[in-house]
Design a protein around this ligand. Sequence first.
Ligand code: SF4
Ligand code: SF4
Length: 354
Amino acid sequence: MQTALADFVKSSPAGREADAILRSCVHCGFCLPACPTYQLLGDELDSPRGRIYLMKQLLEGEPVSARTQLHLDRCLTCRACESACPSGVRYGRLLDIGRALIEERVPRSPPAAGQRYLLRKIVPYTQRVRALLGLARAARPLLPRSLRARLPARAASSAVLGQPQSPRAWPAPRHARRVVLLEGCVQAALAPEINQAAAQVLDRIGLSTIRITGGGCCGALAHHLSAHEESLAQARRNIDALWPQVAAGAEAVVFAASACAVMVCDYGRLLSDDPAYAERAARISALARDIGQLLAVHAGALSAALAAGREPEPLRVAFHAPCTLQHALRAAGVVEPLLAAAGCTLTAVADGGR
Ligand code: SF4
Ligand code: SF4
């Protein structure tokens, strides 16, 4: 694709990166069938190719409007288009740049800006989410039926490798081999048993999972709302919290939410210009793994732990891999064999690639 970027952006690092990405797109349209918003809405401007065209207009200084912003907002950032693209167009990175630029040029209405501000100030903070959930649960009978149905139940007890566990049991470190787990933000409030179950599974295969204090949201939420400085501050805080364990020999930085793994895999690139953090950020990015990726590497140890445990209940399981696992981490298919090895019967999932 030919480009002629506008003066306001062409000399900046982001502008040069966007220019290279735009030029790599050959307009073939192979990405369109993979795009869920295009499939639903049928509008080329809600497709990857259409959005690339809109971002080209933005970067070339042509007029943009709230309509342009709406088409970019509608993108799910699922990156299915990247998996489908034969030219290796880094659409997700271009979208980051495009969204940040349009945020500067098209003001949002006060309610929309307020909603985005509240999302950034509440969701990434476990204690705030927990407090609001507590209030909502106390007021459950007074809530409208639709909200009541969405209110998550309290954390359920977990069963790991066929053996019931206390929902609060985080195994004490007992192995020489260690990984460090970043517990994240909203998941730690909504479903803390997931991180605990991850630690229990890893303990059974010979890896102790170290909890850290001082970490928090990976920064993805602020990043995707184009609050990039806020997101980088969260990344630096996490690096400070993780580093002592990494420096002491932790083998991996593990996540029970694949979206967090995607974000932390990007710390090295995002902080490459920060002399105080670049080296540590790159090291932590290189160690970042989704729990599925980590278990796939230790499939033999997992099978041995399963064989030594109680016979598992036969379960029929539908597993739909998160887009972050499939498309951003390029780790489609790592989880299904683990479930099969654990005795689960996998059922077909329609549109599993989306
Ligand atoms: S993003 Fe890739 S698949 Fe889509 S139009 Fe451009 S080159 Fe083709
Ligand atoms: S990231 Fe997903 S929703 Fe956005 S353009 Fe690509 S395929 Fe469509």
